[in-house]
Ligand binder design. Sequence first.
Ligand SMILES: [Zn+2]
Length: 193
Amino acid sequence: MNKEEIIKNLVDASHYISNSGLTPGKSGNISCRFYEDGVSKVAITKSEISKGMVETNDIVIVDMDGNTLEGEGKPSSETFLHLGIYNERNDINAVVHTHSPYAAGFSMSEKELKRLEGFGKIENPYISSVKYSKPGSSELAKDTADIMKSEDAVILKNHGVVAAGISLDEATLLAQFIEDIAKTQFVAHILNL
Ligand SMILES: [Zn+2]
């Protein structure tokens, strides 16, 4: 995929996660890694914008050190969280970070989110969590990348969700799936199952 296609896909995915209720307010950010002239680069949503309003000129291209190469806006405040995952995982080409309400609710509680059938490995019955650090901090970026060496989706304590995939579709669907299993577990808990 060329850069223009990547940017268009990011715009479409931004609208999709916003319309799906995964990114309230101006929360959330998404990115794709791509290669141009043999150099690895990342296209990411700019900071401080509703994902429902993202247009092509709201996507910023950064190098693997987070320096802006192209684009007008400031890249997402979580750019280093995205870059940390790409640096640890050669098989990952897209990262989606959301504040989806049910999963974020779990992140703020003592309850862990169970893995439901069809997702991930079975050694750990729960979705792994990353301990709280300030959003946008290098600590949060490092701790998330460490845990995502062996996980495709994690809960950020008191914050939200990070999901990664080989493609933007995979990462987006995984972020949505995490929200769906949070809803299911919530309903099961209310029904006292
Ligand atoms: Zn966030």
